[in-house]
Design a binder for this molecule. Sequence first.
Ligand code: THU
Ligand code: ZN
Length: 155
Amino acid sequence: MTKKKKICELSIEDQCLVRQALEARQNAQPPYSNFYVGAAVLGSDGGVSKGCNVERANYTSTSHAEQVAIDSLIASNGPVGICAIAIVGAPRDKEPNAAVWPCGHCRGIIWENCLGNKNVRILTVVSKDEVEISTIGELYPNAFGPEDLGIKIGA
Ligand code: THU
Ligand code: ZN
């Protein structure tokens, strides 16, 4: 079940993740949608990486913030598992005022590095001082992923 929480009541680790997602959103490049998304992912090795959406003129080559954050974590730390990801999205010049959950494409990408752990946390900023929290198991039930192909990521 999705829970609403005050950002100041989160663990230091999760507060830091939310802050980095907010920072990453400032670097987004969405000239077509004008919808700025930032993400920050916590690796199981303690590493954190940021990502933002990057849109391109052919539209289909757009990178989503969650994917950029995870790919950047892998580029720095190798194919590690993840513990949590924070996301924030809102149009330019608007404060985030609604939960932005990962799209279907990103849910699959997140699951790929969860190493089968359905409890990986997904936090989305809903206002300047609140987040909603869910898990990949809730957002991506009956998932398809590496386990279906008998693969262990990072092994
Ligand atoms: N977007 C993300 O970065 N992550 C998501 O999971 C949802 C959508 C971006 C893609 C596009 O640049 C903009 O938000 C509007 O769809
Ligand atoms: Zn997405």
